[in-house]
Design a protein around this ligand. Structure first.
Ligand code: C2O
Ligand code: CU
Ligand code: CU
Length: 503
């Protein structure tokens, strides 16, 4: 467990040296400059500026990556681990070329993009080993931080854990007018949160026990952008962090070590009406938050996570809690030589319409089956094991008592309408996600959601119960439905997923 939080003086000097050397060479914070016993430089994924006239090539392949303990087996998307950051522009139609160089089938899902199911990358969009998938994505939404990851049924958890995930930024080129930091890699940083377990040789291991398959697999080591407790040189001004939880099953409970306030400007699907001040921020699997942090004081500070208290079954399930990991995610070292382009917090970001639940076309309810001890017996007795999948654990988790079935449509919505969904999670919190539709959170556990969840979202951490207002604007015929599921990847793989047609 890592508990050291404050930056030593030596570290601060090393980190500032790193940035200076990088700027002189016209590159910033390359890992090569980072080698110090106190933490590697924060890896900044290569930025791909997507265009309409040339495909974005993404190659999914096994690889080797240095997580900080030497070269180890991994996988990546056109990278040794994770993927490039792909920036697309609202209104563009962007061709992609997704190459599956793995030795097994996969898919690549655009989590958070509002695209028709035909190109969504769900479990029906299989890319066979060795094959290439070439979808065209029409970017029909406003600025947001989205991401992409594999979605083959029964194998999503293992593939994402191995390193197959990347961030996508939807931009409308309006951020300078909004007064937001927008210089990628300088004051606009991708922060991909994960956790892993490593063996003695420094290789990530994914061997969930029965209990861990049931509650979700958590690591004991925290990573940001594939590095353990990295250090980022930042301007001594406002910096935007695009926080993505790409862990299989961990909720991160983020705060700064000095407990400074910071401001949430966007959640999953786009900007909030105005910045929301917080001192801590829980980020559930699949969620994204964009936050602004002011480093004007010049003090180095760590972004830390407290232990995940949202995870695990209640009651007798306490014994199933994952390792109680808390500690440093990433340290920031302000550096005067990096120009601070934004020094003030913007007042207003956009206009959020009222979430109007009056004129909805349908109301549905979904119960996420907890599968704690008692539930497991019930599930087995009720034939819940019938759908045992390739990894031997399929079919143990359910929504409304039914485990995932690629041939069954669980809900059919009318294109162009809105619906209210009530999701209950009676025994354990589950991050609930819907493809192809963004939603507003109406309530969580009977209360109004916190202000930082007021915008368009696609994941909600269901604490007991949540109500969401969805809008269906893209088509998904019954032959190629969207998914809705728990984003604890072990739960998804074991059947806590349903199929949604939008016609
Ligand atoms: Cu992030 Cu259905 O997934
Ligand atoms: Cu998704
Ligand atoms: Cu779950």
């Amino acid at each position: 467990m890592r508990t050291s939080i404050s930056l030593t003086r030596r570290e601060a000097i090393l980190a500032s040296g790193v940035a200076t050397a990088g700027l002189l060479l016209g590159v910033r914070r390359l890992p090569a400059f980072a080698a110090s016993g106190d933490g590697p430089a924060l890896p900044i994924p290569r930025l791909i500026e997507a265009r309409s006239d040339r495909p974005v090539v993404l190659a999914m392949a096994a690889s080797r990556h240095d997580f900080g303990r030497g070269q180890a087996a991994s996988a990546g998307i056109s990278a040794s681990y994770l993927g490039p950051v792909v920036r697309v522009q609202s209104g563009d139609t962007v061709p992609f070329q997704v190459e599956n160089r793995l030795s097994e089938d996969t898919t690549l899902h655009w989590h958070g993009l509002l695209v028709p199911s035909a190109v969504d990358g769900g479990p029906h969009n299989t890319i066979a080993a060795g094959a290439t998938w070439s979808p065209e994505l029409k970017i029909a939404q406003g600025p947001a931080t989205t991401w992409f990851h594999p979605h083959p049924h029964g194998r999503t958890a293992r593939q994402v854990y191995s390193g197959l995930a990347g961030m996508m930024i939807v931009s409308d080129q309006g951020d300078r007018d909004r007064g937001l930091p927008a210089d990628y890699g300088v004051d606009d940083l991708p922060i991909v949160l994960q956790d892993k377990r490593f063996d003695r040789s420094g290789t990530p291991v994914y061997r969930p026990s029965m209990m861990e398959l049931m509650d979700g697999f958590q690591g004991d080591t925290l990573l940001v952008n594939g590095a353990i407790a990295p250090v980022a040189a930042v301007p001594a001004g406002m910096v935007r962090l695009r926080v993505l939880n790409a862990a299989n099953a961990r909720n991160f409970d983020l705060r700064f070590a000095d407990r400074r306030p910071f401001h949430v400007v966007a959640n999953d699907g786009g900007y909030l009406g105005e910045p929301v001040e917080v001192r801590r921020l829980v980020v559930a699997p699949g969620e994204r938050y964009e936050v602004l942090v002011d480093f004007a004081g010049g003090a180095a500070v760590a972004l830390v996570t407290d232990a995940d208290t949202q995870h695990g079954s209640s009651g007798m399930g306490m014994m199933m809690m994952g390792p109680a990991v808390a500690g440093t995610m990433v340290r920031f070292v302000p550096n005067d030589r990096i120009a601070a382009k934004v020094t003030r917090l913007p007042q207003k970001l956009g206009a959020l319409p009222q979430a109007d639940t009056g004129a909805v076309a349908a109301r549905r309810s979904f119960v996420l089956d907890p599968m704690a001890m008692g539930g497991m017996m019930g599930g087995m007795g009720g034939g819940g094991m019938a759908g045992m999948g390739g990894d031997g654990m399929g079919g143990m988790r359910t929504i409304n008592g039914r485990s995932f079935d690629m041939k069954r449509i669980d809900a059919t919505a009318k294109l162009g309408t809105s619906e209210v969904w009530e999701i209950s999670a009676p025994q354990m919190n589950h991050p609930f996600h819907v493809h192809g539709a963004s939603f507003r959170v109406i309530s969580i556990d009977g209360r109004k959601p916190p202000a930082e969840q007021a915008g368009l979202k696609d994941v909600v951490l269901v604490q007991n119960k949540a109500e969401i207002l969805l809008r269906f604007e893209k088509p998904a015929p019954a032959a190629m439905p969207y998914m809705f599921h728990c984003h604890i990847l072990e739960h998804e793989d074991q059947g806590m997923m349903g199929q949604l047609a939008v016609v």
